[in-house]
Design a protein around this ligand. Sequence first.
Ligand code: ZN
Length: 207
Amino acid sequence: MELQILQVPPLGTNCYFIVDSGKVGIVDPGGSGDSIIRFIEDKSWHPESVLLTHGHFDHAGAAGQLKEYFGIPICIHRLDAPMLENAKASHAERFGFPYSGCTADRLLEENDTFSVGDTVFSVLHTPGHTKGSSCFLSGDTMLSGDTLFFRSIGRFERRDKETMKKSIKRLLSMDEGVRVYPGHERDTTIGAEKKFNPFANFDWEWE
Ligand SMILES: [Zn+2]
């Protein structure tokens, strides 16, 4: 399995391509359907699914276009599926971006698995940034969406602080060698984040 990254508008989201034997899983395509289609066709890849770590428009914007163009399913945690429906739910309206909406085809749950070629990923439900935020793990490779970042964590509402803490604790208790590929900015490891992430001491009294 190989991971390729394309940074996509409108907010510099990392769109990941999980590539295995020419089969491809598109993770968090952001709002850039046309350039993703070109990128995939240039490489003669065969996309199998659109996988979303959560329902925000800057991750899910192009999901509907890719679903239609390639005839592939959109997979997202059950609790975030309603966010895909319109501009308001996906927060596109709040940021003034266009968003046309789409529907999920497969609703993911904790412990579910999905495959791309011969590679199997499992779903970790890590709520806090959104209700259905999930990380995707295969061996020592994890896609962390907007939950865990290089030296930071995703934004969350005050009421979700304890939920977010629990999710971050869970991730930081994983094997230190796990390589983390977040929804924005650069990749890191669980070991490095345990050591250097300012949120790893769980003294979150700055609000
Ligand atoms: Zn987000």
